[in-house]
Design a protein around this ligand. Structure first.
Ligand code: PDD
Length: 285
């Protein structure tokens, strides 16, 4: 595997970062995950826009402009064999000679990117997962795609320990998001997802699902979801760049709806796959 580190393309074993890097010592950095279909990064402008927002929120200038990012990511994808991949990029505040919480004066950000093969599911595949509801134990700036993921890790592990694949977080009895995904429910034919706020990551997949609902006249609202609504939902879905749209079949061991992927999930799955196909064929950006 070839990776990108601070201006160079290197075999992964040769890419080295200082132990004084603030990403390592403090988790002081941000990241993005971008799916690649047919050798092209999907919804790249959206991911780079979110990257800008994350960087701005932590007072770090973007070391590359969008055109440079596009060049770096495209080259990385090519060097790793094109096709379908999952791109990961990370920027930290770099390293300083002493460990001090306050920003170092002249640190040079560390810029890293890697790309791994993405197993694309067949367009008509039906998958599903089990989820558990957990209390959202995170801070209040969850709109930043921060590399400090310890709460998400602990909540995901809690799900795994209970034989589930995702944790759905509740803050004050309202849904925020999944440990590494956004959440949608269906209630009497209406698709609902929590509105964007500082309490959740503005998911690129989430936005596309909302867009697809609107363009196909599927009722969709961005509104608060109470714990009660979640537990009574006809359908629950999780969305993310690497998982796309996945139906939750059991929540805390209780079947969601009839325990099978619902009709609106099938609709959105098809719309999402059509959109992806158009992207692969160069009919959309
Ligand atoms: N995570 N919320 C959280 C907390 C996430 O970590 C993610 C994605 C999402 C979905 O965002 P998007 O649709 O833009 O991928 C929501 C990535 C995939 C990860 O950490 O691996």
């Amino acid at each position: 595997m070839t990776v990108y580190l601070n201006g160079e393309f290197l075999p992964v074993d040769e890419a080295k970062v200082s132990v004084l890097d603030r990403g390592f010592l403090f988790g002081d950095g941000i990241y993005e995950v971008i799916p690649v279909y047919g050798g092209r990064p999907f919804r790249l402008a959206h991911h780079l826009g979110r990257l800008d927002h994350s960087l701005e929120a932590i007072h770090l200038a973007n070391p590359l402009d969008h055109r440079q990012w596009q060049g770096v990511l495209q080259e990385l994808v090519q060097r790793n064999g094109a096709g379908d991949q999952s791109l990961y990029l990370q920027i930290t505040r770099g390293s300083a000679t002493t460990r001090d919480h306050a920003f170092p004066r002249d640190a040079i950000p560390t810029v890293f990117a890697m790309s791994t093969r993405l197993e694309s599911k067949p367009a008509d595949s039906v998958t599903g997962l089990n989820a558990v509801a957990v209390e959202d134990i995170r801070w209040k700036w969850c709109h930043i795609k921060a590399i400090a993921l310890l709460p998400n890790i602990l909540m995901r592990q809690q799900a795994v320990a209970q034989g589930a694949e995702e944790a759905i977080m509740l803050r004050d009895h309202f849904v925020t998001e999944g440990a590494a995904s956004n959440i949608f429910i269906v209630n009497h034919g209406v698709v609902i997802t929590p509105p964007k706020s500082n309490l959740l990551l503005p998911g690129v997949t989430r936005d596309l699902v909302v867009e697809l609902c609107h363009s196909s006249a599927i009722p969709c609202v961005e509104g608060a979801i109470s714990e009660q609504q979640l537990r009574a939902a006809d359908e629950i879905w999780v969305t993310s760049s690497t998982r796309e749209i996945v139906p939750v079949l059991r929540l805390d061991g209780v079947p969601v709806g009839n325990g099978h992927p619902g009709p609106l999930w099938h609709r959105l799955r098809d719309l999402y796959q059509e959109y992806k196909q158009a992207f692969r064929e160069g009919r959309t950006d």
